[in-house]
Ligand binder design. Structure first.
Ligand code: DWN
Length: 407
């Protein structure tokens, strides 16, 4: 029997997306034969409200020296993390002598470089060596390690307590939240805070953005589940701030229980989540039905376009697209290639579906009739730069919040 990773209550999957490969496991033809698959099945814990996947591949299979996702590929995300860092500098660090900031999963240093530029003591803790090296090359102090209690104690012994511990799109990747929470307690200064943001369950349910569920995302958080997960470790949810990034995210602030007032925003969001049914299993039965409809609609649309002789390519070989492609069974027969600006993905094939990934220039040099926007969370940035595609008569296919074609 499977039990909840947070509260050990027995849980069951409410649906399965079927056999899934490693979401960022872009590969070459000679690797197809040995490709790894696991069953991707989400479950909701009726006791603590945590949405989680039943099985997750070992961390070393997902995060390693060839990790394919570099945060700095989006200009909008660079600006977002500059604002996040500035918020910490303006609201948390003032009045502290020689403050120290730690970031979990600091990737290529997209956030910490803002602290480095101001001469603020900082340390990134990043398990994938290649992205950690990219951060160091930009002057961002980076330790190549998974974060947990032992790592936190080592960091504290060498640097002293942290005034702010940050994480963006990282906490939802870590199955052992309890070890991370103990790490926070070991490392945090008594008046320090933890601030982290991740894709938000409320948005995922509203938009049927089932592609947020893949191997790396072991959890999809709500305020209810975050509050429950950390309260047992003496950490209180004291603030929440909605973010537009990654298709709808939430920034959570935790502090040692009783050390800071709980904001009105926390009370309001908890009430809104209960009203939305994020504390009820039935909500996820409806979500499953919406996923099935989205799948059928997307397959029908692409099949029709193929029958009409149209060229369709994908835009953005996201991790999320691995769930979409493998759940729907869409392959190279329906999508000619996926264009992506990340060099490490180019010339390879998408996990499981084996659609070629080509450089961005392949998209612009011969525009297709239709582009399926896998990187839908970057829509504003992409639309800004793709006026030429539209002017050439190209059309966008979207699948969030529902399947359709935009002129
Ligand atoms: O949590 C995670 C999020 C933050 O990042 C990770 N588990 C992995 C990753 O997820 P993702 O791959 O779904 O993230 P993105 O940011 O949606 O990926 C965008 C992809 O699209 C990248 O491969 C870069 C590419 N891209 C592009 O080709 N042209 C992106 C933009 C903005 C563009 O203009």
């Amino acid at each position: 029997m499977t039990t909840c990773r947070i509260c050990a209550t027995p849980i069951e999957a409410f649906m399965t997306f079927g056999r899934m490969p490693i979401a960022n496991g872009f590969l070459l033809p000679e690797q197809f034969r040995d490709e790894y698959f696991f069953e991707l099945a989400p479950a909701f814990c009726p006791c603590c409200g945590m949405l989680q996947i039943i099985d997750q591949p070992a961390p070393e299979m997902m995060f390693h020296g060839n990790y394919a996702f570099f945060s700095g590929t989006s200009r909008y995300m660079q600006a977002h993390f500059q604002r996040f860092a500035q918020q910490v500098m303006d609201t948390i660090l003032p009045g502290r002598a020689d403050p120290f900031v730690v970031e979990l999963g600091s990737n290529d240093g997209i956030m910490l470089r803002n602290f480095a530029a101001k001469g603020i003591r900082h340390l990134g803790c990043e398990p994938s060596e290649n992205v950690a090296a990219a951060a160091r090359a930009q002057g961002v102090n980076t330790l190549c390690a998974f974060f947990g209690k032992a790592t936190a104690e080592k960091i504290r012994a060498e640097n002293g307590p942290a005034d702010a511990i940050l994480a963006a799109n990282v906490m939802c990747h870590i199955p052992d939240i309890h070890s991370v929470a103990e790490g926070f307690k070991a490392l945090l200064a008594p008046n320090g805070v933890v601030m982290f943001e991740d894709p938000y369950l409320g948005d995922m349910v509203t938009k049927t953005s089932y592609d947020q569920i893949y191997d790396e995302h072991v959890f999809v958080f709500s305020a209810l589940s975050v509050q429950n997960a950390f309260a047992r470790h003496g950490l209180e949810l004291v603030n929440v701030e909605a973010q537009v990034t990654h298709g709808g995210s939430m920034r959570y602030t935790l502090a040692p229980t009783g050390s800071r007032p709980v904001s009105d925003a926390v009370h309001a969001l908890l009430a809104a989540e209960r009203a939305q049914g994020l504390d009820k299993a039935e909500t996820f039965d409806r979500f499953r039905a919406n996923c099935e409809k989205s799948k059928a609609d997307l397959v029908a649309l692409l099949t029709r376009l193929k029958a009409e002789g149209k060229r369709v390519v994908g835009y953005g070989a996201t991790s999320k697209s691995t769930t979409v492609l493998n759940y729907t069974g869409i392959g190279p027969d329906l999508i000619e290639f996926i264009s992506d600006t990340t060099p490490i993905k180019q010339g390879k094939f998408t996990p499981g579906a084996h659609i070629p990934v080509k450089p961005y220039e392949d998209f612009t040099k011969a525009y297709p009739d239709y582009a399926l926007l896998f990187a839908w969370n970057h829509k504003a940035e992409i639309m800004e730069k793709e006026a030429g595609f539209k002017a050439a008569g190209g059309k966008w296919i979207h699948f969030v919040p529902e399947v359709g074609i935009s002129e």
